[in-house]
Design a protein around this ligand. Structure first.
Ligand SMILES: [Mg+2]
Length: 286
């Protein structure tokens, strides 16, 4: 299969600086997107006008990549299959974890301290120690009852249900399967019922599955995730990725490599997720 984005349906590429400035102002090397000749030249976060029906991105999808999308997806189920990450996309995991760390260990971290979503690196400890602390967190009230839902996610998902098949693809461990299902039922009732998949990453026991493998197995067209490593892995596997960087407040989502890929689009909130998916879903149903 060709590596050119023109050969596949794809989302518009967006690359931005942490401040929200266009990528052209980014101090990072290789921050500008690779664009194929037929791809819309989008070098800043999409605006509502761009994403609205008839807007710049919508027109590009209709006239350019959209025709590829339509022809490719028209042969399959018309509904978009969207995989959604849990932590930092649906729920404020880090916010609660930081509260636990302060209470249990007397250390203070903010979300802004996580330059990488690797707790051992941020906490400056061994991987085993990091894993143990996280599993202690799982047993605490901060995990059981303290994780808040990301604002705007539920109403957006409720609207998206009309045109999308929604599923959870999380790296969470099997050991927290039941509390995760209960949390999803509590905060996202009727959205993901019976369609939740666990990667079991960084687990103390059991084997793990790559997110790209899970996405392939469940037939996901799109993944919404805050982790740049998972974003690149899944984009390279042919999945469109909306890289979730809530209000540009997730330092770990921005790496020296961008990340930049033809199938990765950065989004700042669920309104933007809804807008981009709405355009794609409309294309599929056209
Ligand atoms: Mg996450």
């Amino acid at each position: 299969m060709s590596s050119c984005c023109c050969s596949r349906a794809h989302l518009p590429v967006v690359a931005v600086h942490s401040s929200g400035r266009p990528a052209s102002a980014s101090p990072w090397p290789h921050a500008r997107p690779r664009l194929c000749s037929k791809q819309p030249a989008v070098d800043s976060l999409p605006t509502t006008a761009d994403l609205a029906p008839g807007g710049g991105i919508a027109r590009s999808l209709l006239q350019g990549s959209g025709s590829s999308l339509q022809s490719q997806l028209g042969q399959r189920d018309q509904r978009l299959r969207v995989a959604v990450d849990v932590d930092e996309v649906l729920g404020r995991f880090l916010h609660s974890l930081n509260q636990f760390c302060h209470e249990a260990y007397g250390v203070h971290y903010d979300v802004a301290d996580y330059f990488v979503y690797d707790f051992a690196k941020v906490w400056e400890c061994e991987q085993g120690e990091s894993n143990n602390r996280v599993h202690e967190f799982f047993d605490s009230h901060h995990f059981a009852a303290g994780i808040e839902a990301i604002p705007g996610a539920l109403p957006a998902l409720q609207r998206l249900q009309a045109a999308c098949d929604l599923m959870v693809v999380t790296s969470r461990q099997h050991i927290i399967r039941q509390p995760t299902l209960e949390w999803l039922d509590q905060h996202y009732p009727g959205i993901f019922t019976g369609n939740v998949h666990f990667g079991n990453h960084f687990a103390l026991e059991g084997s793990s599955r790559k997110k790209s493998e899970i996405c392939r197995a469940v037939g996901a067209d799109v993944l919404i995730d805050d982790n740049p490593a998972y974003a690149v892995e899944c984009a390279q596997a042919g999945v469109h990725v909306l890289l979730y960087d809530w209000q540009n407040s997730y330092p770990w989502s921005r790496t020296a490599e961008g990340p930049v890929h033809d199938r990765i689009t950065r989004v700042r909130d669920w309104a933007e997720v809804e807008q981009v998916l709405g355009v794609l879903a409309a294309q599929r149903q056209a």
